[in-house]
Ligand binder design. Structure first.
Ligand SMILES: [Zn+2]
Length: 230
């Protein structure tokens, strides 16, 4: 039996907010625990659809199968107030829930040799590939580009992320800013307009994984439609 890990406390906090993840393994590791190619130094925390597999070598005996992997950058992490740390983790969990239908979430034996190579490239490279929608034509780059294209034009902090994060924020009762959901650089709609458009859904507070599979309310989707694009 593996002993207590520093992340256990945080996993408990996450599971309290999202009981729907009771059967989903959660792995949180700080960058100092993992190989350098998985460091994302500019981010306080990071995740991806394959972060669990990238952290796996350091999870060791605690590995319980595919789940949600989250890395944190020790240099930033330990100086943050506790509620910001928990808010940051919930931010990453909101990303992770939107990744649940990604082809990268398939069981390990189903992943191709090419996909395994992408995983081996490391988290930092993945982040670069996914964020920059790179123009290179290497097989791995192309695979990441095709399979990480966000479903809406606002990118990874777009409507699916916001919708999920607002559910987590409401449940956790953490101040909205501790979750860093809305930011100028994300080019999102007004936070209060988003909350207002989702209010019925937030109040109903259904099974989050099912809620996220259903289309969002029209009023919420309209906030993300850009009349100048067509
Ligand atoms: Zn984010």
């Amino acid at each position: 039996m593996a002993g207590v890990h520093w992340s256990d406390f945080y996993l408990e906090q996450v599971r309290d907010v999202v009981p729907e993840l009771a059967d989903t393994p959660l792995y949180v590791r700080q960058d100092t625990e993992v190989d350098e190619r998985h460091h994302v130094p500019h981010a306080i925390a990071f995740t991806s659809p394959i972060c669990d597999l990238q952290l796996k070598p350091r999870v060791g005996q605690r590995w319980l199968g595919r789940g949600i992997g989250i890395g944190v950058t020790a240099e930033h992490w330990w100086s943050l107030p506790m509620q910001v740390r928990i808010g940051t983790l919930l931010h990453e969990v909101a990303h992770a829930i939107t990744f649940f239908d990604s082809p990268w979430r398939r069981p390990e034996p189903e992943l191709t040799v090419g996909e395994r190579r992408v995983i081996d490239l490391g988290l930092r490279r993945w982040a670069e590939l996914a964020l920059n929608s790179l123009g290179e034509d290497s097989t791995s780059g192309k695979a990441v580009k095709e399979q990480t294209q966000p479903r809406d034009s606002a990118g990874s902090h777009g409507r699916d992320f916001i919708r999920c994060a607002l559910h987590l924020q409401r449940r956790s009762r953490l101040p909205l800013e501790t979750m860093d959901v809305f930011r100028e650089s994300y080019r999102q709609p007004n936070p209060w307009a988003c909350l207002n458009a989702l209010s019925d859904e937030l109040l109903a507070d259904g099974d989050l994984l099912n809620v996220m599979k259903r289309p969002a309310p029209e009023a919420f989707l309209r906030l993300f439609s850009k009349p100048d694009e067509g």
